[in-house]
Write a protein that binds this ligand. Structure first.
Ligand code: ADP
Ligand code: MG
Length: 714
C-alpha cells in the first residue's frame, strides 16, 4: 500500500495549513483573543467547529400574568421601582411592569455599581429566567436581561451559547465564530461511493449545512431535537467525530506495524524441547478450547518483528495466568527477558509462587521485585535483571522505578491492567525501548483484564489494540450461588460459616469498605477479626489487610492455602487475582458500599474448585436505587460480560471507563451512551477510507483532531 506511507508518517500538527490561523474581526485583539488560544481555538476551522453547548430561546415574550411558575420565560417591561434592600442580605430589587400593567419582581444578589445606575426607573428591559412564586409574589432571581428600545424586534432564531472560559464573553465568541464561518468553506470530503454506502442511508445533512444549522438554527427548527442533540445536524457532527476517532486509533494501530520488536521465535530448538512445550506438558490440566485459541493468537503476534499490543480479556477465573506464562515461555525460548507487572504485593507474591512452581523445575530463573523487599534481596534481583540472568521478573509498580534495568526485555505483561494508569503502562514499555540500528525498538506488550468491556465500546476504545477474549471457564467449575442477606441476620450467617468450616470448606470474610479513612478501615478489619474469633473459637482464623508487613501477609496467605486457616478475614487486598480453590464460601459485609465489578472480582475468589460455592452479600438498608440495582445484578448473574454491560448502564461510560482510556479524550460531541449505534458505521467508513483514500484520512483528521492526537501515543 504505497499511499499509506504518507498516512503513517505525516505528523498532523506540522502539516497544518499555515494559511488559516484564526483571523478575527478588526476590532478584536487583546486579552479576549488570547483566551481563544487557551480554549484551543487556533484555526478559523477550530472556531467553526466550536459548537454551542446549548441554546437560549429569546424568540418569544410571555405576558407577566401568564408566567408559568417553575419554568423559564422571557418578559418585557419598564422598570417602575428600583430599590436596594437588606432582607437577609443586600440585594437589588426591581419591579418590572409590562404593557398590561402587571408587575414582576427581579432580584439580584450580586451586582455592580454600574448595574445599579444602568437599571434605573423608566428603562425598558427584556428579562429571561426561571419564574418562582416567591415570598413577595412572582419573581425572577438573577435573570439574564437586555436593555431594549421600544418595538425592538425579537430574534427569529435560538441564541447559541458556547463553551467558554472566564474572561471570554459570549458576544465576543459569537462574533469570532461568525467571522470564521463566513470565510471557511467546509467542502464534503467523502467520495461518492462512501457517501452512497454509508452517509446516505443514515440521512445525514451535508457537513456545511449541519454546522450552519447548529450555529444559527433556523426559526422553524425542531428545538427539542437541537437541545437533546438528536437533530440530524448533530448526528452528522457526531458521526464525523467518531470517524476521526476510529481513523486515529486505527492509524496508531498501523503505525505500530512500522516499528520494530524482536521476533520471538525459538531458533534451533526442536519443537518438543521448547520451554513452551515443556511447560504445556508439565501443567496439571489441559488448556480449554478458548485458551488454546488465545494462545495461538498471542503466539503468532509475538513471532512478528513488530511490537504486539494485545489486550486479553477474560472473566475472573477464566485462566489468564497460564496464558501469560506461555507467552513468557515463548519469549524466554527466544532468549529474551519478560517483565510481569501486577497491581498488588499480594498478587505479586501469589504469581511468584505459582510461576515458580511451573518454571523452576524447568530451570528458569525467576526473581521478584516489590517495594517491601529487603535491601539485600532487592539488590540481588536488580543485578540479575540488569545482567540478563533473571529470565522472568515479577513485581508491582516497583518494576518501573528508575533503578530497574533489563538486559534484554522482549515482552512486558501487565496483569489487571485496568488498575494501572496510562503513565505506568507507558513507563514499563519505555524501559525496553531503545534504538537498534536506527530503528525505534519496542518490546511486545500483553495486557490482561478481568473487567471486560462490551463489544461496541471495545470497538470504539480499543481500536488501536488487538483484543483476545477468553469466553470459556475451565471445566468443572460450579456456579456460585449469591444471596442477599440483611445485616440483621449476621448471627445466622456466622452459624453458616461455622458449619461450612467444620465440613472442611474454607471461607473468606470481607470487611466493610471504608474509603474515607485507611485507619478506620484497618480498625474495622481488626474489630471484625476479634469478634469473629470470639464467636467461632473452634476455628483457625487469619487476618490479612494492606498494612500488614509483606512477610506476615505472605505467611497468612500461605497458611490459608495450606488449609491451616479455615476462615480468612480480609480487606479488599484479596480483590484481584488471589487463587485458592478450596475456598468456597465468601461473606461480604456492607456489600452495598462496593462497586459492581469490585464485588464480582471479590466473589470470583470462590468458585475455583470443584465444590459448589456461595457468596453472601450482607447489606444494611435502606438501599439506594443504584445499590439495589448492583446487588440484584450480582444475584442474577455470574457472567462478567453481562455484569460489565449492566455496570455500564448503571454508571454510564464516562465513569465506567475512567478518564484513563485513550479514546475518551477525543470525543467532544458524541456521547457513548446515546450514540453507540453510530460507531459501527463510523468504523466501516474508517476502513473504507484507510483502504482507498489515505489522503482523505489525513484531511479528515486534520479537521477534527489537530492538536489532540497526543492522547494516542499511549
Ligand atoms: P484469572 O483469569 O482470573 O487470572 P487464573 O489464571 O488465576 O484466572 O486461573 C484460575 C484457576 O484456574 C487457577 O487455579 C488455574 O490454575 C486454573 N486453571 C486455568 N486454566 C485451567 C484449565 N484449562 N483447566 C483447569 N484449571 C485451569
Ligand atoms: Mg488473574
Amino acid at each position: 500500500m504505497p499511499a499509506s506511507k504518507t498516512l503513517l508518517n505525516e505528523p498532523l500538527a506540522d502539516a497544518a495549513p499555515a494559511a488559516t490561523p484564526v483571523s478575527l474581526p478588526k476590532s478584536s485583539s487583546g486579552p479576549q483573543a488570547d483566551k481563544l488560544i487557551k480554549l484551543g481555538l487556533r484555526r478559523a476551522l477550530d472556531l467553526v467547529l466550536h459548537l454551542p453547548l446549548r441554546y437560549d430561546d429569546e424568540t418569544t415574550l410571555t405576558a407577566i400574568r401568564d408566567l408559568p411558575p417553575g419554568a423559564s420565560a422571557q418578559v418585557e417591561g419598564v422598570i417602575t421601582h428600583h430599590e436596594i434592600t437588606y432582607r437577609g442580605r443586600r440585594q437589588l430589587c426591581l419591579t418590572l411592569t409590562d404593557e398590561n400593567g402587571d408587575p414582576l419582581l427581579l432580584r439580584f444578589l450580586n451586582f455592580y455599581g454600574s448595574q445599579v445606575k444602568q437599571l434605573a426607573v423608566g428603562v425598558r428591559l427584556r428579562a429571561r429566567g426561571e419564574v418562582r412564586d416567591g415570598f413577595l409574589g412572582m419573581e425572577m432571581v438573577h435573570p439574564a436581561y437586555r436593555i431594549v428600545t421600544q418595538d425592538e424586534a425579537l430574534p427569529q432564531v435560538l441564541t447559541p451559547i458556547y463553551p467558554t472560559c472566564a474572561g471570554l464573553s459570549q458576544a465576543y465568541l459569537r462574533r469570532a465564530i461568525n467571522h470564521a464561518l463566513a470565510e471557511t468553506p467546509l467542502p464534503e470530503l467523502f467520495p461518492d461511493e462512501l457517501h452512497a454506502e454509508i452517509i446516505a442511508p443514515l440521512q445525514l445533512l451535508p457537513l456545511a449545512a449541519a454546522v450552519r444549522t447548529l450555529h444559527h438554527p433556523p426559526a422553524e427548527v425542531d428545538a427539542t431535537a437541537l437541545l437533546e442533540r438528536t437533530h440530524p445536524a448533530w448526528i452528522r457532527i457526531k458521526f464525523e467525530e467518531l470517524l476521526a476517532q476510529q481513523l486515529s486509533l486505527k492509524r496508531a494501530h498501523m503505525q505500530r506495524r512500522t516499528r520494530s520488536a524482536p521476533a520471538l521465535v525459538a531458533g534451533l530448538l526442536a519443537a518438543e524441547q521448547t520451554l513452551v512445550a515443556r511447560l504445556l506438558s508439565a501443567l496439571p490440566f489441559a488448556l480449554t478450547c478458548a485458551q488454546q485459541r488465545v494462545q495461538k493468537e498471542i503466539s503468532m503476534d509475538l513471532a512478528l518483528p513488530h511490537p504486539m499490543q494485545r489486550l486479553l480479556q477474560g472473566d475472573v477465573g477464566s485462566g489468564k495466568t497460564v496464558l501469560a506464562a506461555l507467552a513468557a515461555a515463548q519469549a524466554i525460548d527466544a532468549g529474551y527477558q519478560v517483565a510481569l507487572m501486577v497491581p498488588t504485593e499480594l498478587l505479586a507474591e501469589q504469581h511468584v509462587r505459582k510461576l515458580r512452581g511451573w518454571f523452576e523445575p524447568l530451570g528458569i530463573h525467576l526473581v521478584w521485585l516489590t517495594a517491601s523487599l529487603k535491601a539485600k534481596e532487592k539488590r540481588a534481583a536488580l543485578t540479575a535483571a540488569a545482567a540478563g540472568e533473571a529470565q522472568l521478573i515479577v513485581g508491582t509498580h516497583a518494576i518501573i522505578q528508575d533503578k530497574v534495568e533489563f538486559a534484554r526485555l522482549g515482552l512486558v505483561i501487565i496483569d489487571e491492567q485496568h488498575r494501572f494508569g496510562v503513565e505506568q503502562r507507558l513507563a514499563l514499555r519505555s524501559k525496553a525501548q531503545h534504538e537498534v540500528a536506527g530503528l525505534n525498538w519496542q518490546p511486545h506488550q500483553l495486557m490482561m483484564s478481568a473487567t471486560p468491556i462490551p463489544r461496541t465500546l471495545a470497538m470504539s476504545y480499543y481500536a488501536d489494540l488487538d483484543v483476545s477474549t477468553l469466553d470459556e471457564l475451565p471445566p468443572g467449575r460450579q456456579p456460585i450461588v449469591t444471596k442477599l442477606v440483611s445485616q440483621a441476620r449476621r448471627e445466622e450467617v456466622i452459624g453458616r460459616v461455622r458449619q461450612a468450616a467444620l465440613a472442611g470448606r474454607q471461607v473468606y470474610w470481607v470487611c466493610p469498605l471504608i474509603e474515607e479513612s485507611e485507619t478506620l478501615q484497618l480498625q474495622t478489619a481488626e474489630d471484625t477479626f476479634a469478634r469473629l474469633s470470639a464467636a467461632l473459637p473452634e476455628l483457625q482464623i487469619g487476618l490479612v489487610h494492606g498494612r500488614l508487613k509483606p512477610a506476615d501477609k505472605a505467611e497468612v496467605m500461605a497458611a490459608f492455602s495450606r488449609n491451616e486457616v479455615q476462615l480468612l478475614v480480609a480487606t479488599t487486598v484479596i480483590e484481584v487475582g488471589v487463587d485458592i480453590p478450596n475456598a468456597s464460601l465468601m461473606v461480604i459485609e456492607h456489600a452495598e458500599r462496593f462497586g459492581l465489578s469490585q464485588l464480582h472480582q471479590l466473589r470470583g475468589r470462590t468458585g475455583r474448585g470443584s465444590t459448589a460455592s456461595a457468596c453472601v452479600l450482607l447489606y444494611a438498608g435502606p438501599l439506594s436505587y443504584t445499590a439495589r440495582a448492583r446487588l440484584n445484578t450480582l444475584r442474577e448473574t455470574n457472567d462478567g460480560f453481562e455484569i460489565a454491560r449492566r455496570d455500564l448502564e448503571i454508571r454510564g461510560p464516562g465513569e465506567f471507563l475512567g478518564a484513563r482510556q485513550s479514546g475518551t479524550a477525543m470525543l467532544r460531541f458524541a456521547d457513548l451512551q446515546e450514540d453507540l449505534w453510530l460507531i459501527e458505521p463510523a468504523q466501516r467508513a474508517a476502513d473504507y477510507l484507510l483502504r482507498k483514500q489515505p489522503d482523505i484520512v489525513m484531511q479528515h483528521l486534520k479537521r477534527w483532531l489537530e492538536g489532540r492526537e497526543n492522547y494516542l501515543k499511549v
